[in-house]
Structure formats: structure tokens, C-alpha cells
Design a protein around this ligand. Structure first.
Ligand SMILES: [Ca+2]
Length: 438
């Protein structure tokens, strides 16, 4: 059945197109059978916390809660509580949320949640309604997809999954893609997205692979991290800028593919556990550290990365002993001796002055054109870049096979504007020199 919610409806109506109901609470209580759909007509709805959403078990029994026209429906609450507490096998589409909590899981500490798709939704503050958290799923969750959503000027970390060190509250099989996290708390411990995990094993680390994928996301303007992820995860084509930390990745074996961190105040990429890998990542103009490596940093691997600034371990005065495993990377650094040299590895160590003289009018901040989500940055191996067209190469061009990408991902190509090509073409003499081993 398709039910309707409309401004001017009445909760004693049956919820048909001609006789819609008036409140979200009543409307979701009608979704009792698999395939049921709730269509919400344009307008602003002041909500009470949801009390009666029916339970279901199978994705075949999914229900849909959607705006009649995406973006025209505002769900708000002045209450201290959630707007929409959902159950398993639910699709939520095209809604705008303003209220303390936007979407939570029903009875979140006790009822596991699985198979949920949240798409084309907006979470943020409006003139009269304040949002602390947009999506807050901190119970046991499985198969959650959040895509094409915007989390915009919420008062604190707007997307939270899992609970810290709670073995019953795992977030598993999570896909977050094409989401924007914008300025959700400029101060304090606020992140764009936070996924909590459980410390375990002999290293007391975050070691469990829960199939967490973040892809094509942008996160900027946060007091802590753009992404603060305490599980094993894969980041693909994600961007972090203007945060305190760009990427804080805690899971052992986490992979960063094709990511960009720029202009974060403290650190671009914080590799906090062993066996983490960064492929085709760019770190530029971050305040203190381009890559900051912690435990067992020699087990971290960097391939085909462009690094502007230095790489540094805070674990040792001498980071020579803890150098990550680096191949085929280009580094622009204030001083060539800032990078330890290991002869068995191939990378290029270029003084900042060279870059500045070609592209950057400012003496301290590299001036580069940053890509948008879905675009690619230039790969780091100058020998593999066609400097006439600046067409790029996918990770397969690196000396070792790249880590397996998430299912369905194809190789990527560079798309640069004419100005970007021009700026990069100015580096031609430098690249020639590199190719000649100069
Ligand atoms: Ca944090």
C-alpha cells in the first residue's frame, strides 16, 4: 500500500492519496506490510518522537519513507529526542531533518538494525530548529548504506555509528558514499563522521574488519577530524580539508585509496595503526604533518602518493627507524634532508623551492588546484604521468598490485581543467629531470 502524509491531513483518515494523515507518527505506524510506502507531500512537519514503527526482518519486506519530491519535505522537532527512529529493512529518501537527532535506530540499545538505505537526505539547523546529530546509529547495525546526503552545520558530529568498546554494538557492512559533511562543530571533539569500534587482541587495537567503506565523500570544517574511524575501513576518493585532522584512521590494515587531505590545521593523514596503506593519496598544505604515523609505522605502506610537507612519526625522535614503506611517491619538502632515504625504495624528494618557483606565488603554502569529489588527483609517479596531456594512470600502474578495491570499482582517470594542465605543464622540466634520475 502507498500511504500519504500531508500538511492539512487528519490522523483519523486512512492515509490514502485523497485522505492523507497529518503526523509522521501516525504515518509510519501504517507501514505494517512489506512493500508499503509512505509518500510525504511538500511542507514542514513538526514531529513527536516516533513511538510505533512496525518491525520487519527481510529486505524483501522493505518499506519506503520518502518525500513526494526530494528536498521539499522538512521534518523538524523542538523536542529533546529523535525525529525518525527506524527499524530494519527501511528506505528513507529525500527528506530534510532539523531536530536534536534526525534518524536513530528504534530502541537503539536493544534492537539490532539491519538493511537500511538513507539517501538524498539533508541534516542541519534551520532558523528555529537545531540538530545535534543527523544520523545516530549506535546500537548493533548491519548493512547500512548512506548516500547522497548532506550533513550541514549540525552542532556536533552529525553521523555516528557504533559505540566505543561495546562488543554488542558493532557497525558492520557500512557504505557511506557521496556524502558531504560541512562545518559540524568548528571546535571541540567534533568530526564529520565518526565510526566507533572495539579494542581487542594482543595489541589492544582496532583489528576487526567490519567491511566499512567510505567513498566519494567530502568533509570540511570540523574541530577534530574530517573522518574519525575506529574500525578497519576502506576510504576511496574521499577529501578532507579545513579540519583539525583530515583522516584519523585507527583500524589495522585500513586502506586509503585516491584520497586528498589539504589545509587541515594539524595533520592530513593520521595512520594510527599498523599495516595501513595509502595508495594514490595527496597530502597538501596541512599545518604540521602530511602523514603522521604511529605504531609500527614501518608496516604502513605509501604508494604513488604526492606529499607536500613532511612525514613524521611522533613515536621516536629519530623517525628513520620507523619510516613507513614508501615507493613511487613524490615529496615536496622544505628541506630535502627532511626525508629519510632508503635506497631500496623509489621516491622523489623535491625541494619546496622548485615547486614554488613554478606554481606558487606564496613562499609557504603550495598553490595547487584541488579536485572535487569524483575527480582524480594526479598520480605521484612522474614516470607514469603523460606530461603533455596529464592523463593519469590507475593504481595498477604502480610497481606492486594495488590492494583489492571495493566491488564494482573500475580504474580511474584524471580529469583536469585547462588551467590545471597548464600549471602542471610548468613542472615539465622538473619531471624530465626526475625521469633522467636527476
Ligand atoms: Ca573525534
Amino acid at each position: 500500500m502507498v500511504y500519504y502524509l500531508a500538511v492539512g491531513g487528519n490522523d483519523s483518515n486512512p492515509g490514502t492519496a485523497d485522505a492523507p494523515v497529518a503526523t509522521l507518527n501516525k504515518a509510519v505506524s501504517l507501514l505494517t506490510r512489506g512493500g508499503d510506502e509512505l509518500v510525504i507531500r511538500p511542507g514542514r512537519y513538526v514531529c513527536q518522537p516516533i513511538s510505533g514503527m512496525p518491525e520487519r526482518d527481510s529486505w524483501d519486506e522493505q518499506v519506503v519513507i520518502r518525500a513526494e519530491k526530494s528536498g521539499t519535505v522538512e521534518l523538524v522537532t523542538p523536542q529533546s529526542g529523535n525525529i525518525l527512529a527506524i527499524r530494519s529493512c527501511t528506505v528513507v529518501r529525500g527528506l530534510r531533518f532539523s531536530g536534536l537527532y534526525g534518524i536513530t535506530q528504534y530502541d537503539y540499545l536493544n534492537t539490532p538494525l539491519h538493511h537500511v538505505l538513507i539517501e538524498q537526505c539533508w541534516f542541519g539547523c534551520t532558523d528555529s530548529y537545531r540538530t545535534a546529530r543527523g544520523v545516530f546509529l549506535i546500537g548493533d547495525t548491519d548493512y547500512i548504506t548512506i548516500r547522497d546526503c548532506q550533513f550541514d552545520h549540525c552542532l556536533s558530529t552529525p553521523l555516528v555509528l557504533g559505540r566505543p568498546n561495546d562488543e554488542d554494538k558493532w557497525a558492520t557492512n557500512i557504505l557511506i558514499e557521496r556524502c558531504v559533511f560541512a562545518e559540524n562543530g568548528r571546535t571541540g571533539n567534533n568530526d564529520g563522521v565518526c565510526i566507533e569500534g572495539v579494542r581487542e587482541g594482543p595489541t589492544n587495537g582496532y583489528i576487526r574488519d567490519q567491511n566499512i567503506i567510505l567513498r566519494d565523500c567530502v568533509s570540511w570544517g570540523h574541530g577534530d577530524a574530517g573522518y574519525d574511524v575506529k574500525t578497519v575501513a576502506t576510504f576511496d576518493r574521499c577529501i578532507a580539508y579545513d579540519n583539525n585532522w583530515g583522516f584519523k584512521v585507527w583500524g589495522e590494515g585500513t586502506r586509503l585509496l585516491n584520497c586528498l587531505a589539504h589545509n587541515n590545521w594539524e595533520t592530513g593523514f593520521a595512520l594510527i595503526a599498523a599495516k595501513q596503506e595509502a595508495w594514490n593519496c595527496t597530502s597538501a598544505a596541512n599545518g604540521k604533518y602530511a602523514f603522521r604515523v604511529y605504531k609500527q609505522s614501518h608496516t604502513n605502506k605509501l604508494r604513488n602518493c604526492i606529499i607536500l610537507g613532511i612525514i613524521k612519526s611522533i613515536r621516536s625522535d629519530s623517525y628513520y627507524s620507523q619510516m613507513p614503506d614508501i615507493d613511487y611517491c613524490c615529496w615536496w619538502v622544505p628541506n630535502p634532508t627532511d626525508i629519510a632515504y632508503e635506497p631500496e625504495h623509489v621516491y622523489w624528494n623535491l625541494p619546496f623551492a622548485n615547486l614554488q618557483s613554478k606554481t606558487n606565488p606564496h613562499p609557504s603554502v603550495p598553490n595547487i588546484v584541488f579536485p572535487q569529489p569524483g575527480e582524480h588527483m594526479v598520480y605521484a609517479d612522474p614516470q607514469l604521468v603523460d606530461v603533455d596531456t596529464f592523463t593519469g594512470y590507475n593504481a595498477a600502474a604502480a610497481v606492486e598490485p594495488p590492494p583489492a578495491e571495493p566491488p564494482g570499482e573500475e580504474g580511474l582517470t584524471v580529469t583536469l581543467s585547462a588551467e590545471e594542465v597548464e600549471a602542471l605543464r610548468a613542472l615539465r622540466p622538473l619531471i624530465d629531470r626526475i625521469n633522467q634520475g636527476g
